[in-house]
Design a protein around this ligand. Structure first.
Ligand SMILES: [Zn+2]
Length: 100
């Protein structure tokens, strides 16, 4: 392992903006919710379709968590699109539930 003392990278290999909190590397493009099997969402999705946590109430995801999920996900773009769709569907359901 090489030891570098230069400035830390401002973005990862995908061009996503990174931040630092002590030794923790953060990815500003994503946030994580409170689901037991944690879920990572891009900033474009405002809430989790499972636990209902809102992005505005969360900080950003940790870069290692984002990369772990990305590595475990066959088609990252399809995964993101599915999360967006499920969130939209959940919004529709909650509108209906209010009238019950
Ligand atoms: Zn959740």
């Amino acid at each position: 392992m090489s030891m570098t003392f230069g400035p830390q990278p401002e973005e990862n290999e995908y061009g996503e903006e990174l931040g630092y909190s002590g030794d923790i590397v953060l990815n500003w493009e994503y946030w994580d919710c409170l689901c037991e099997n944690y879920y990572i969402f891009p900033r474009s999705i405002p809430g989790c379709w499972r636990c209902g946590v809102q992005a505005e109430d969360r900080l950003c995801a940790r870069e290692p968590d984002v990369q772990e999920l990305r590595a475990a996900t066959e088609d990252w773009e399809a995964y993101l699109a599915e999360q967006q769709l499920r969130y939209a569907q959940t919004l529709g359901k909650s509108e209906i539930n209010r009238n019950i």
